[in-house]
Design a binder for this molecule. Structure first.
Ligand code: ADP
Ligand code: MG
Length: 882
């Protein structure tokens, strides 16, 4: 009932929307004659005219009617297709940043040309997103002539393209490509160390074809670039051994002052000093020398920033962190003890390499797992576009999700011709065997009428079983498994010809039009036989929609059994008892509205469960998304920065402020304040002497200003000494190095936190809330430690030749993973029965046989201990990998 009301409300609302758009369509049509009278040259000149108008302050909406009329005219001339009125309507919907639901065969590929052209005029780039490489290429080649006629450039991204080719494609006015390529390119662009390596421009306007597949089905799992957590864990053990051979001295500030007053060299005979009160250590000259000698390095070389840092951490681990107080060792793992509550914090790791240092100290295995190097969900990727639109035959059932997650309205565009396909009611059998027998009978009887049959299955496995049965009975047919997109597109394009029987999984041959053969329409058109319900009604509708395109005659029927996955898991019991009551015999079916309803209910349950999973994934990603934005923005500033002084000094001021607060907070008690330690620390950090500022009674604010002023002088001197160009390069290099390595570690720690948070069994607390809270703290800590290192290295760095910049990410072997989304078959943990997934779409180059491999660039499996890609937050082995 509610459904009925919703439908009615939606129906009238949709009608209202369409009515409002109608005048625009009429206006486009009214311009037709006038535009048709233009010569080719005059038509081409329109692009420049439009651009001029835009430049003179006309809005893009002002020029829409004429621009659409121009595209329509060009379509006629170069593709021999005139955009139907409903296609113009669809084009307006897309331009307005909404989803146009248009049935299969309505010509959505052509519809997109209207808003694509219009929006590309502004020169900011338009992306057309398809589900696989084959379709990206096909659509680029198919529609390209329209844009090219009008003087726009068109590019296409293909899986195996090199960065330079990608760059070129992205520089075009219009770029076709898959969601995976666009998403991964975005991530990669945020790992480069020079702007010239970036491939994308800004994310301006995207039209997503088959938008439900991409923004809903594939959005169940994030895109992940992963790599080893460490290039090598060797260094931790080596440093631990090195530090063990050193001599440290615990010293208090008072002892330092006393020693100074008496002229005693308190560093003598020691390699490092330990300040327990401030939980700090520093190396003496002798210690530094030993270090350089031991590892045969020079500390002035920026390549050893990292090593030195880990040396300090190893030292801290040794002297400042106590087992069973700060941490415990349990089952070969170092687990943090919360300093306030004494609780164990599994999953939480000390940052900055300290955790690894403790693992080395305790002689336990340093986890060298794979970690996330960069990740984004499709939700968060596509939400970055200034304007987003989509098109598909099946969006309405998911309208709420589109609205909630993407703020995308769905507008149902009427078909060009009336839809006359007949959908027979479902028939249902007790066993799968009986069902398949009936399917085969139906195929044969339809075939005997001279009609083509398209059979849909939910998995490759089932396609093959059905195929075997047909073969046994000597019936010629073709099978598609979504393995070879191009070849399968060709096969499915002939599925409407007389006598053809085509078996296909739901995903196979998507985007290909099925045109009826001669005389087929008179015999009733294409008959679609479906062998099982999919978990989402949408997918069933897609299959049905294969028949009856553009007003063709056609029919469809679903065959089901109580043994089907969906029936078994959701609500098969009632049906069972119903069938028992009816006392059904072997081979007998029922066709009852109750059945259809029960199935629909089951599907709705799975749909909403899947929505929950996606929301859950997104809630976790949203936490990181904000952090990712901050870090990527910071990186962008550094990459594009011309002059870092201001930026670096912002960082330095923050640092100094924090240190002043820490050491000489005027609100603290006298004995808590420690000017001596403060200046000592500053000198260690910057190698600059601030003795002149001591005991002058400065207010904290003035003291900060004085210090910053003096650092400014040193900075300028250094800039002069090193030379502008090189100095700039050095700073950029340091900043990126520091940001990337801290961020990388942070991602690692987030992975680990997310895994561990579910293991914590305290009270009724919501793990997501805990996760947010701690992720926030960890991020803060990370930012502070970035600032701290910047302060240190800007002043300590000596000249080094301008070479190739070291990238934190580059040396790591990277994998690009978009794990298969977990379909319903997972519920029963029978992976062999998973429906083929849309991610199985990577490609080889044209000409070669297009073997499609799963979308895993280096064919890596998800590690058993990694977080499960489904977003549950559990380890893979305890979740989908079980
Ligand atoms: P969809 O993506 O909506 O399923 P396609 O873009 O694949 O549909 O187009 C389906 C078929 O309709 C194609 O063969 C295309 O050539 C044809 N077509 C689309 N628009 C027109 C038109 N305006 N005039 C003639 N044929 C058209
Ligand atoms: Mg299409």
């Amino acid at each position: 009932m509610l459904n009925f009301i919703l439908k009615k409300v939606f129906g009238t609302q949709n009608a209202r929307t369409l009515k409002k758009l109608q005048p625009i369509v009429d206006e486009v049509s009214s311009l037709e004659e006038q535009v048709a009278a233009l010569s080719d040259e005059e038509l081409k000149a329109k692009t420049q005219e439009f651009r001029t108008s835009l430049g003179q302050g006309m809005s893009i909406d002002d020029i829409l009617p004429e621009a659409f009329a121009v595209v329509r005219e060009v379509g006629k001339r170069v593709l021999n297709m005139r955009h139907f009125d409903v296609q113009i309507l669809g084009g307006v919907v897309l331009h307005q940043g909404k989803i146009a639901e248009m049935a299969t065969g309505e010509g959505k590929t052509l519809v997109a040309t209207l808003p694509v052209y219009l929006n590309a005029l502004a020169g900011q780039g338009v992306h057309v997103v398809t589900v696989n490489d084959y379709l990206a290429r096909r659509d680029r080649n198919w529609m390209g002539p329209i844009y090219e006629f009008l003087g726009l450039t068109v590019g296409v991204i293909q899986h195996d393209m090199a960065p330079e080719e990608r760059q070129q494609a992205y520089r075009c006015d219009i770029t076709y490509g898959t969601n995976n390529e666009f998403g991964f390119d975005y991530l990669r662009d945020n790992m480069v160390v020079d702007i010239s390596q970036r491939v994308q421009r800004s994310l301006n306007y995207a039209i997503v074809d088959e938008v439900d597949s991409i923004l809903i089905d594939e959005a169940r799992t994030p895109l992940i670039i992963s790599g080893p957590a460490e290039e090598s864990t060797d260094k931790y053990y080596k440093l631990e051994r090195f530090v063990r051979g050193l001599k440290g001295r615990k010293i208090t500030d008072k002892e330092i002052i006393d020693a100074k007053n008496q002229g005693i060299d308190y560093e003598k005979g020691y390699d490092y000093l330990v300040d327990e009160k401030h939980r700090n250590i520093w190396f003496t000259e002798s210690g530094e020398k030993k270090f350089e000698g031991h590892f045969s390095i020079s500390l002035e070389d920026p390549r050893y920033i990292d090593l030195k840092h880990h040396r300090d951490q190893a030292t801290k681990a040794r002297d400042l962190f106590k087992v069973d107080v700060d941490y415990v060792v349990k089952d070969g793992e170092v687990i943090i003890v919360d300093e306030f509550t004494g609780r164990l914090m599994p999953g939480r790791r000390f940052s900055d390499g300290l955790h690894q240092a403790l693992e080395a100290k305790e002689g336990v295995k340093i986890e060298r797992e794979n970690q996330t190097l960069a990740t984004v969900t499709f939700q968060n990727y596509f939400r970055m576009y200034k304007k987003l639109a989509g098109m598909t035959g099946t969006a309405e059932t998911e309208a709420i999700e589109f609205e909630k997650i993407y703020k995308l309205d769905v507008v149902v565009v009427p078909t060009n011709r009336k839809l006359i396909r007949h959908n027979y009611s479902d028939v249902i059998y007790k066993t799968e065997r009986e069902k398949f027998n009936a399917v085969v009978d139906e195929i044969i009887s339809t075939h005997n009428e001279g009609r083509p049959v398209l059979v849909g299955t939910i998995s490759i496995d089932k396609s093959e079983r059905l195929s075997a049965t047909l073969r046994k009975r000597g019936i010629v047919h073709s099978v598609l498994n979504a393995k070879y997109h191009e070849k399968e597109a060709e096969i499915i394009s002939r599925a409407g010809e007389e006598g053809n029987i085509t078996i296909s999984t739901n995903m196979a041959g998507r985007g290909t039009d099925i045109v009826l053969g001669e005389g087929v329409a008179a015999r009733g058109g294409l008959h679609v036989v479906a062998t099982e319900r999919h978990e989402a009604r949408r997918i069933d509708n897609q299959l049905r929609g294969r028949s009856g395109r553009q007003g063709d005659p056609g029919s469809s029927r679903f065959f089901l059994s109580l043994e089907d996955e969906l029936m078994r898991i959701f609500g098969g019991d009632k049906l069972h008892s119903l069938m028992d009551r009816l006392g059904m015999e072997e081979g007998q079916d029922i066709q009852h509205p109750f059945v259809t309803k029960a199935i629909e209910t089951a599907q709705k349950r799975v749909e909403s469960r899947n929505f929950e999973i996606r929301k859950h994934l997104l809630e976790y990603d949203d936490v990181m998304n904000r952090q990712r934005e901050i870090i990527y923005e910071e990186r962008r500033k550094v990459l594009e920065g011309e002059n870092f002084k201001e930026h670096i000094f912002e960082i330095i001021e923050d640092c100094i402020e924090r240190l002043i607060l820490l050491y000489i907070n005027p609100d603290a008690r006298e004995e808590e304040r420690d000017e001596e330690a403060f200046f000592g620390y500053l000198r260690k950090k910057t190698l600059i002497d601030f003795d002149g500022l001591k005991s002058k009674g400065f207010s904290p604010e003035d003291l900060k200003d004085e210090i910053v002023k003096s650092l400014g002088t040193s900075y300028e001197a250094k800039a002069e000494h090193v030379g502008g160009d090189l100095f700039h390069f050095m700073q950029k290099s340091i900043l990126l190095q520091i940001i990337d390595s801290k961020w990388k570690e942070h991602l690692h720690n987030l992975d680990s936190l997310r895994e561990g948070i579910n293991l914590r069994a305290y009270g009724q607390r919501n793990p997501l809330v805990e996760y947010k809270h701690e992720a926030f703290d960890m991020f803060d800590e990370m930012i502070e430690s970035i600032k701290d290192e910047v302060l240190e290295f800007v002043f300590k760095l000596e000249m080094h030749a301008k070479g190739k910049m070291q990238s934190v990410f580059q040396p790591l072997e990277q994998q690009f993973v978009h794990p298969d989304h977990a379909p319903i078959a997972d519920l029963s943990r029978r992976p062999a029965e998973r429906p083929s997934s849309p991610q199985q779409d990577s490609f080889r180059r044209e000409g070669k046989e297009e073997r499609i491999e799963p979308f895993k660039r280096t064919t890596r499996k998800v590690g058993r201990n990694e977080p499960c890609p489904c977003g549950s937050g559990k380890k893979y082995k305890k979740c989908c990998g079980a």
